[in-house]
Design a protein around this ligand. Structure first.
Ligand SMILES: Nc1ncnc2c1ncn2[C@@H]1O[C@H](COP(=O)(O)OP(=O)(O)OP(=O)(O)O)[C@@H](O)[C@H]1O
Ligand SMILES: [Zn+2]
Length: 764
């Protein structure tokens, strides 16, 4: 990069201060005076050279303030002509720091990958494929009997193109063999930067050529909004299978023709391979370049991608929430798919909500933003009702397909004629009928006979959610957290889903010493898988949860295999509900949702309802009509009853009424303050003392401050949690006051204080 040095005479006075984030020191910001001669050149985002220790350092100007302190050293010069970070991103960081009550440095750390300032050489890799012109005979003559080489060519024929760096691990064929084939001209290698492709791109020519009436109408309305100077955010509320993706695609096309860039945010990249593949297939065929951004791409890949985006080389970026900060030169459109997903919320500082920050980014850029969902969050729906967002609806599925019929199975009515022996005993060893009701069993049988596919959902992984002594009732707890240990039968261990503590199953009850008396309470994916295999021995069952999907690319492989009908039944946690589009799935069984329904969280009902509708929505997306069975012990719960009739509006009406009466979001903003530490008495004492200070500091605001309480899960990872719940109308005002109050207090008090604005998870 071109360098430009200009050292001003040191005597000139200065008016402003530049706050600088050093390239190699990421945990603090330093202030420097801006020499008058440089006043015009130094703006937000400029890369500068500054005096540091006995020499100098380089860094980015992240804030410019009025000068107050005259003792500051002046910065030396400007480093590069190019801005490394667009100003809007720095403004966004400042907004995040203010709104989410976090230090500016944390917001910057979240936004700017540390690699963008160090000069890392982009990692090049070879993309291997078979040459189009070679005939099989000449291949034979060149490899003769080399078995490995033949194997390699066979693999490539099936999976080309593929990255050289990934092939040895994927195939067990060494790098040398691949290199040999390259030398012999039997394969070709294109030198390219990696963008996270794991599968070959097949140009998608099968996309719907005609839009439905509703889709065309939606695209037209969106286009109108796009042409406005300051477009209004759009909430695209379309039932499952209504073809929202196609609406996104057409809108993306429009945006690309205006030579602007597109950002598509998804809750989790690895869970949305279908969407990603569709985008890649559709738009690479049209000559667009597509980037993929998520937390697992390497430092050097991030650096490469950052500069490519900055220079306008990437047309479409698909990514998770941290892609929000990508440095587009001319961003025209942001799409937040599955906007209701709480995984858009970051669970460490800065605790920002990706969806809401995306709305802010769009406003700063003058870009259009579309929030899409079949089950919009109450916050977004409320914003649409109050006119803040524009509501566009897709009320019907494509091609007149019906929404699936939903039957409720009341588990309370089932006869409990288990013998004493079965209730007790270490037989893990449930009877499958305990888990799969007759109704669901029959439905599965019928669908298997017809060679249709089935998805079974349960909201817990592992075999059972706790282990209880049937003699004394003792439940084995995690030693670090106040929750029970889950049993994972495949691994033969007990595991805590909060802190990951693991232990083997004790041979006797630690409380009453009874031997062989453990009962396996609560069910998880492993138990469902086992039950299904006992009931339908010939069915091909695929289990999908974070235990089975640990390896890179595992979700892609699993979904591909299920899509190719190598399996009949897919058993999984919420992983199986995210935007999957399999036309042969005609039955969805919700084995249990009760655990989710009764969590001590004001959003429990909303989250369960969304989950029910989303999982149900995977059924009947092809030509066969779909069906859903929900097993529950609380059949009259509103979330279940409204989901049964696919009645989003009915649910929202009554839920909003409840939130309004109790003054909960979206009628207010919530702030959850957590006090974390040990021993418990100290945390409790500090919480109470600090609450008094907060009440005093906020007494002139109209915030409603609750009483300090123990958190719903009192102990997590060995630390005690207490909390204070605040509700207010104007977050900024409260945030500023809290920030002032809390700054520096933590070390004084010896505990951690965590502020969560607009909290999504009240339990952890
Ligand atoms: N106009 C159309 N004509 C025919 N098929 C269409 C049309 N639009 C979309 N489809 C098909 O309908 C299916 C469902 O579309 P899509 O996955 O976009 O639904 P969705 O609204 O995103 O659903 P969900 O919220 O459940 O993820 C896809 O297989 C898609 O190819
Ligand atoms: Zn634990």
């Amino acid at each position: 990069m071109e360098q430009e040095f200009f050292f001003p005479p040191p005597s000139l006075p200065s008016l402003h201060i530049a706050r600088v984030l050093l390239d190699n020191k990421r945990d603090f910001l330093l202030d420097y005076a801006i020499p008058e001669a440089l006043e015009k050149e130094i703006v937000l985002g400029t890369h500068v050279r500054v005096p540091f220790k006995n020499g100098f350092g380089k860094g980015i100007v992240v804030d410019i303030l009025e000068k107050q302190n005259s003792a500051l050293k002046p910065l030396l010069c400007r480093e590069n002509k190019e801005l490394l970070v667009p100003q809007n991103i720095l403004k966004l960081c400042k907004w995040i720091a203010d709104y989410y009550c976090s230090p500016l440095i944390s917001a910057l750390q979240a936004a700017l990958p540390d690699s963008i300032r160090a000069t890392i050489k982009p990692k090049e890799d070879l993309l291997l494929s078979l040459p189009a012109h070679l005939d099989p005979l000449s291949i034979q003559s060149k490899i003769k009997r080399a078995k490995k080489e033949k194997e390699a060519l066979d693999f490539l024929q099936k999976w080309q193109p593929a990255w050289l760096s990934e092939l040895p691990k994927k195939t067990g064929i060494s790098r040398n063999i691949w290199k040999n084939l390259l030398r012999k001209g039997l394969i070709v290698g294109l030198s390219q930067k990696k963008d996270g492709n794991y599968f070959p791109i097949v140009p998608d020519l099968s996309f719907p050529k005609c839009l439905t009436k509703e889709q065309s109408h939606a695209v037209r309305l969106i286009e109108e909004e796009m042409h406005k100077g300051l477009p209004q955010p759009i909430l695209l509320f379309g039932v499952t299978g209504s073809g929202k993706t196609e609406v996104y695609m057409r809108t993306i096309e429009k945006c690309l023709t205006q030579k602007k860039q597109v950002l598509l945010l998804v809750p989790e990249i690895s869970l949305t391979p279908q969407l990603l593949e569709r985008i890649k297939a559709r738009f690479t065929a049209q000559g667009a370049s597509i980037g993929c951004w998520h937390s697992r791409i390497s430092r050097s890949e991030k650096a490469t991608l950052w500069y490519d985006i900055l220079r306008g080389k990437i047309n479409i970026l698909v990514g998770t929430r941290s892609a929000l900060f990508a440095p587009f030169p001319s961003l025209g459109l942001i799409i937040v798919d599955e906007e209701h997903e709480s995984s858009f919320k970051q669970e460490e500082s800065p605790r920002y909500h990706g969806r809401d920050v995306a709305v802010m980014r769009a406003r700063l850029e003058g870009a259009l933003i579309i929030l899409g969902s079949a089950t919009p969050s109450l916050e977004s729906y409320y914003n649409a009702m109050s006119g803040k967002y524009k509501l566009i609806e897709l009320k019907r599925r494509v091609e007149e397909r019906k929404l699936p019929s939903v039957s409720i199975v009341d588990l309370r009515k089932r006869k409990r004629n288990l013998s004493q022996q079965e209730k007790k005993g270490t037989d893990f060893y449930l009877k499958p009928e305990e888990l799969i009701s007759d109704e669901l069993k029959e439905a599965i049988e019928k669908r298997l006979e017809r060679k249709e596919q089935i998805i079974l959902y349960i909201n817990h992984r592992g075999y059972s959610s706790s282990l209880q002594c049937s003699d004394c009732g003792y439940v084995l707890p995690c030693p670090n957290c106040s929750i029970s240990l889950s049993f994972h039968k495949n691994l033969g261990i007990l595991n805590c889903h909060l802190c990951n503590y693991s232990a083997s199953v004790p041979s006797f009850c630690p409380m009453c010493r009874a031997v062989g008396a453990f009962k396996f309470l609560g069910s998880g994916t492993e138990k469902v898988e086992e039950a299904i295999q006992q009931l339908f021995c010939s069915a091909r069952v695929l289990r999908m949860d974070s235990d089975t999907m640990k390896k890179k690319g595992a979700v892609e492989r699993a979904l591909r295999a299920f899509g190719e009908r190598q399996f009949d039944i897919l058993v999984g946690t919420q992983m199986v509900s995210k935007g999957l589009d399999f036309p042969h799935v005609s039955l969805v069984g919700i084995v249990s949702i009760d655990g989710l329904l009764h969590l001590p969280d004001f959003r429990a009902s909303e989250k369960s309802f969304q989950q029910l509708l989303q999982v149900s929505g995977r059924s009947g997306r092809g030509s066969v009509e779909g069906e859903v069975f929900v097993q529950t012990r609380t059949p009259y719960h509103p979330a279940i009853q409204f989901a049964r009739h696919h009645d989003y509006l009915g649910f929202v009406d009554q839920e909003l009424e409840f939130r309004k009466t109790l003054f909960y979001p979206p009628f207010c903003r919530a702030i959850l303050i957590r006090f974390i530490g040990s021993p418990e008495e100290k945390v409790k004492f500090m919480t109470e003392a600090f609450t008094k200070e907060i009440k005093e500091a906020l007494k002139d605001s109209n915030a409603i401050i609750g009483e300090p309480t123990q958190a719903p899960i009192a102990k997590i990872k060995g630390k005690y949690h207490y909390q204070l719940f605040i509700r207010c109308q104007k977050v900024m005002e409260i945030s500023q006051k809290l920030k002032k109050l809390i700054f520096g207090k933590e070390s004084e008090m010896g505990i951690n204080i965590r502020i969560d604005v607009d909290p999504q998870d009240l339990l952890k």
